[in-house]
Design a protein around this ligand. Structure first.
Ligand SMILES: [Zn+2]
Length: 286
């Protein structure tokens, strides 16, 4: 019998100040996650806390962290790209990025085990990557990979524009397109991993208005394709995550491509990957 397919949900750029304010001091995404009762790992940018007044940001982060299903991750203090910062400066991004989280975690029994690089930029070359990897390890961190993301930041921008213009039909269309791409990417990757066991996915998305609006539908996409929701830790026990990362450049693509040793083969597969398309991408750049 075929093994159960699994996915771990991971949410970047937590917490989102603007959406919290817009919803009348409430995180709609967090509420929906609680209702869904599935595990997620959140990647925190502590700089976001400074946008709130009177400790409100810390309280919001506390709400996220006290949910039993939510695991914490460090996403760098100020969401800086490692390339351009240099190794010495980047160490501060890591250390500064965990201060408030560690205070909140003190009594909860959870630990900060993962660092996810902003833009998934692991460094400009193998030397830079090696240095930061060793540093993170010395600080108790593993690098958080992802296998699938479906350009939610692009759809989010277009969704927010449609909402602001009062165009409900267009806002709905952006949600439909986002969910469609997610499904098509899952099918595409399943086509690459046809052997047993199946690849356990780590899905990367953001704390934004789009995902708050369509979280239940997003869950359904994965459910209907036969996926069970697991923690990132469990997903990473899947043997594929033991593969080496052969890519030593600055780009932020999926670990599925980093596990391919040959550049040519990697590029050929990447070219076939479903994406948002020229039309939406140019709207996004406007
Ligand atoms: Zn990010």
């Amino acid at each position: 019998m075929a093994q159960q397919k699994k996915v771990a949900f991971t949410i970047d750029d937590v917490p989102n100040f603007r959406e919290y304010k817009k919803a009348g001091n409430n995180s709609v995404l967090l509420e929906k996650i609680k209702q869904a009762n599935i595990p997620v790992t959140i990647f925190i940018n502590e700089i976001n806390l400074t946008r709130f007044k009177d400790g409100e940001g810390v309280q919001l982060l506390e709400q996220w962290l006290k949910d039993k299903n939510i695991d914490p991750g460090n996403h760098g203090y100020a969401h800086q790209r490692y390339v351009g910062q240099g190794f010495e400066a980047y160490k501060n991004e890591v250390v500064q990025g965990e201060v408030q989280t560690n205070i909140l975690l003190k009594e909860g029994g959870k630990t900060l085990d993962y660092f996810r690089f902003p833009y998934n930029c692991l460094g400009e070359d193998s030397t830079a990557q090696h240095k930061i990897r060793n540093y993170l390890k010395s600080q108790g961190y593993a690098i958080a990979p992802f296998t699938i993301e479906s350009s939610d930041y692009i759809y989010n921008k277009l969704y927010l524009q449609a909402v602001a213009a009062g165009n409900t039909a267009e806002a709905e269309l952006r949600i439909t397109q986002y969910l469609e791409l997610t499904k098509n990417l899952l099918l595409f990757y399943e086509g690459l991993y046809t052997n047993q066991p199946p690849l356990d996915h780590i899905y990367l998305f953001h704390d934004n208005a789009l995902n708050a609006a369509c979280f239940d539908q997003l869950l359904l996409v994965f459910k209907e394709m036969g996926y069970a929701f697991v923690t990132m830790e469990e997903a990473m026990q899947n043997p594929y995550y033991d593969q080496d990362n052969y890519y030593h450049g600055p780009h932020g693509f999926s670990w599925i491509y980093r596990w391919i040793p040959e550049d040519e083969k990697r590029n050929a597969i990447m070219k076939r990957e479903p994406w948002v398309g020229k039309k939406l991408y140019s709207l996004y750049l406007k």
